[in-house]
Design a protein around this ligand. Sequence first.
Ligand code: AMP
Length: 377
Amino acid sequence: MEYSDVFHRENEGSDMVTKETYNFKDKGDRNLTLRPEGTAGVIRSFIENKLYAQNDLTKLFYIGPNFRYERPQKGRFRQFMQFGVEALGTNNPYLDAEVLALAYETIRGLGLKGVVVKINSLGNDASKAAYKEALYNYLLPYKDQLSEDSQVRLEKNPLRILDSKVPVDKEITKNAPLPLEYLDEESRNSFETITRLLDQAKIPYALDRKLVRGLDYYSHIVFEIQAEIEGFGSQNALGGGGRYDNLVSELGGPKTPGIGFAFGMERLLNALEIEGRELAPEPSLDAFFVTFDEKSKDLAFNLQNELRVHGFSSDLNYTNKNFKSQLKEALNHRAKFLVIIGENEVNEGVVNLKNTSTEEQIKIRKEELVNKLKELL
Ligand code: AMP
């Protein structure tokens, strides 16, 4: 949770702030909010810890639950998991392309196929303000015909009406002015650099001229990664993000431009399931110690510490199970090697090292274990 001010700022008109958060008071009568998204809290922490003073460019990631007081439906829950990244310190379009490439790589790395990257630009403050005014003037005569939500949005955040899913709003915005038409030269150049870099990196994307995204702190590039998978449902945004050049100063820090994105885990898992993709198996253990008595356990304990110091993962069992059940445990952990130590091995100062996939077994001096594993792994 955060203090409510982190999300509820003046001049904010996003839906999230006006109605979609869980707000309550603590015993000290302070207003708190369960975080509905990751970015604002990360920025709060960025400012509080003065990270801006440490590096020119700060790259952060987060993962955790978020809470929104929304109407639950398929793909939309009141508690959901997000992971995301933020990069703060420059508004150089190369960074935008880098962050977008990372978002795309996330999807590609999971092996998802039915996915499109949609991008749009809202431009810098001046372009965005000019556009906002044009859109407002266009929408004003239709005010009474807009959906109830959009009537409220018109005064607070008219941009949000552009990607409303309500049929009447869609009809009204059919011929509305578009953000790209209002980009000034600086904003246009920045957007062109990003698309050129995406082309170079062979990252497929589609221009979505009506994409604005829910939060109104965005400027310049906004993007969304959408599922186009049959049976996925209407909540098809797997993730999204954009540039926010005023958020740090709005939250009380020095003016610092930033860009980030977030993915929703439940929707990613749903996409993986529909496409029949298996997630990568749990990481395996480098070594599992098989021991038979106190003395062999003592030696295994010391060797295990040594392995961990050298960055290997290992485990050993603490009960005196027979060989078969220890082997089973090792295989459950998907151990790559067994280190088998019995009474004779302790006396001779050696260990048996068994490769679980080839079944090959060698006897080595206990001092050699670290180097041998380095060589074999
Ligand atoms: P947003 O912060 O609204 O841009 O959301 C980023 C991503 O979080 C979305 O693309 C979804 O994958 C996920 N997400 C947002 N809201 C919800 C929700 N209520 N339930 C499940 N996933 C959500």
